[in-house]
Write a protein that binds this ligand. Sequence first.
Ligand code: FAD
Length: 421
Amino acid sequence: MSHYSVWSVLREGLRGQTGWERAWRDPEPKPEYDVVIIGGGGHGLATAYYLAKNHGITNVAVVEKGWLGGGNTGRNTTIVRSNYSQPSSTQFYEHSLKLWENLSHDLNYNVMFSQRGQLGLFHNPAGRDAAAKRANTMMACGIEASLLSRDEVMNMVPHLDYSENARFPILGAMLQKRAGTARHDAVAWGFARGADNYGVDILQQTEVTGILREGGMVTGVETTKGTIRAKKVGVAVAGSTGHVMRMAGIDRLPIESHKLQAFVSEPLKPLLDCVIGYGAPGAHFYISQSDKGGMVFGGDLDFYNSYAQRGNLPIVQDVAECAMAILPCLGRVKLLRHWAGIMDMSMDGTHIMTKTPVDKLYLNAGWCYGGFKATPASGWHFADLIANDRPDNLTAAFSLDRFERGLTIDEKGMGPTPKLH
Ligand SMILES: Cc1cc2nc3c(=O)[nH]c(=O)nc-3n(C[C@H](O)[C@H](O)[C@H](O)COP(=O)(O)OP(=O)(O)OC[C@H]3O[C@@H](n4cnc5c(N)ncnc54)[C@H](O)[C@@H]3O)c2cc1C
């Protein structure tokens, strides 16, 4: 694999871009692997990369039914942050943020990580208390966070709606300066190229249709390209988790599949140089401006379960209202596209990274709204779980049995009800 550098860009510029190699191979499946990962999204690809890089396990296949990153990885609003309210979550996401900070160098692939800062607005005293609690939790975990007054927010982003009679009056915000955005498909491609470089087989257009077991232990997968034996199998299929785990005989999981939509406007001149989010009764909204100038934004999930990866008009209206409530200057901007991903909403709003009742079958799921930012750490720790057959310190809390033991990680303090998250 050729190394990307300023010299290779110059060299290819001079010889008409004729010397670039494929970023990853397109191999036929082998009959057997040490590890098969189901799902070629960011999490599956990162897991394969770290299995090879951190643990020297290179006889690995990533099996993807479509194209790489065609699931939620290529459909999200690309926000990366580590400002979660539960210590176990914020520490996990902080490890991810640290990996993001060096990811382009590590992968030798520009994932366009831009630490432009994220403001979480609050609109009432209860919101301020919640933000202060969250910031304190973060600081107790050694993560920098600050609370900004209304005037400080106004200095930073002057064109929000600060009027007295605004639908959601702005009282202040919590700022995480190291938060930002990244280019979503570049993350999938970068991990794919990195894993391929270690010898991992990436099998696109290969759907897993069955999971093979013998005596309570997983032994491989059935795919549309034939049977593949495996000593270990990891599942990272986001919204298809219930469907795939049923193939292994596990038919009840604390996860629901929901649609989540995202939107992009026509390109604008620079308007917003940070990420902004807010949640208030009846509203949930987050927005940033892409490097191409489009305003990229989203809101709440659709309030019904679905496997349809497409948008609908009620959510367009809802999210447009949320946008106008905070950034009225968007009123005349044209919406270019909107789309949906099938996300895996867990019952406590927190992810699941766990061994399963089937020996040597491992599950990585339940990322809800927030799995893109987790991609590097998810791959790092899931690879560790698969390689060592036990969770490490940062992942032990995210086991499946936390729901049986009453140790849920209730990120938003709203109980195990997905429709309230
Ligand atoms: C609209 C939207 C906005 C979002 N915004 C953000 C955000 O701003 N920040 C953030 O951190 N997170 C965000 N998320 C969440 C984030 O995108 C996901 O949590 C994350 O990308 C999940 O990655 P993944 O690799 O687990 O899943 P995916 O990328 O969905 O990959 C799973 C893959 O499994 C494949 N698969 C499924 N079944 C099979 C099978 N039987 N055989 C083989 N392959 C199979 C699918 O084709 C898919 O490619 C958002 C999600 C959506 C939908």
